[in-house]
Design a binder for this molecule. Structure first.
Ligand SMILES: C[S@@+](CC[C@H](N)C(=O)[O-])C[C@H]1O[C@@H](n2cnc3c(N)ncnc32)[C@H](O)[C@@H]1O
Length: 229
């Protein structure tokens, strides 16, 4: 815990997100309408969905793949417009919530538990999305694997949308082996989980430093970046 592993020397992301305790806290964070710890604020998601459907050229009957869909905050909003959505996520708890949402709204959405770097994704999609800067957390090799898988899943002319951390954001972050103030709130409105802070992040017991995804801070006004390739 006191030494930092080499970058990308371990990949425990799927297990991390599916851990019973962590997934419970994450789901609560996703469902906090003002976020922005695990998902962006829900009002921002509403505006994002209004933007991304035409940006991706989607309409009723189109097919969309949502990688790392979480509890379906985007997927079910998009499916409510008649777009057929397949969501993939490593968290069984989030997928369960996403399925409940689709069932209660009778949306054309299907949700699968799996690692998007290895699970079967299907093909013939008009668009693929990966939202909340998850691309940034992948190693160069994993990015290559992911891009090849996305390419295989898309129909010719299909589009891949993902967001990344804007480089200037890193200028405000540093990582120090000491707990910053206010980095763990434990409860309350801001977040029940990791919160990026100017000097890093600290776990609940405050006993040792552990890494977080630097820059994983939401910029609700969209001044981060979004791109379509
Ligand atoms: C920060 S959350 C974003 C969720 C959703 N896209 C949103 O913005 O509301 C990242 C999600 O990606 C999932 N995830 C991370 N790595 C994954 C992987 N390799 N395969 C499948 N899901 C993964 C996590 O379980 C989590 O639900």
């Amino acid at each position: 815990m006191s030494s930092r592993p080499a970058p990308w020397s371990a990949f425990t992301t799927p297990q991390f997100w599916d851990d019973p305790h962590i997934s419970q806290r994450m789901l609560a964070a996703h469902l906090d309408p003002e976020g922005p710890a695990a998902s962006r604020p829900h009002a921002f998601i509403d505006r994002s969905v209004d933007w991304l459907i035409p940006a991706l050229g989607l309409s009723s009957g189109s097919r969309l793949l949502d990688l790392g869909c979480g509890p379906g905050l985007y997927a079910n909003r998009i499916a409510s417009r008649g777009i057929e959505v397949v969501g993939v996520d490593a968290s069984r708890r989030s997928i369960s919530h996403a399925r409940s949402g689709a069932e209660s709204g009778s949306f054309p959405a299907r949700f699968v538990v799996g690692d998007y770097l290895s699970a079967s994704l299907g093909d013939g999609y008009d668009a693929v999305i990966l939202i909340f800067e998850d691309y940034c957390a992948l190693s160069p090799r994993q990015r290559s694997v992911l891009l090849n898988r996305v390419g295989a899943a898309l129909s010719p002319g299909g589009r891949f949308l993902f967001d990344v951390t804007a480089a200037p954001r890193f200028e405000t972050f540093s990582e120090e082996p000491r707990p910053p103030r206010n980095s763990w709130t434990g409860s309350g409105r801001r977040s029940p989980m990791w919160v990026p802070a100017p000097l890093g992040a600290t776990p609940l017991n405050g006993s040792s430093w552990s890494g977080t995804r630097s820059g994983r801070r939401t910029v609700p006004d969209g001044s981060g970046t979004g791109r379509i390739v």
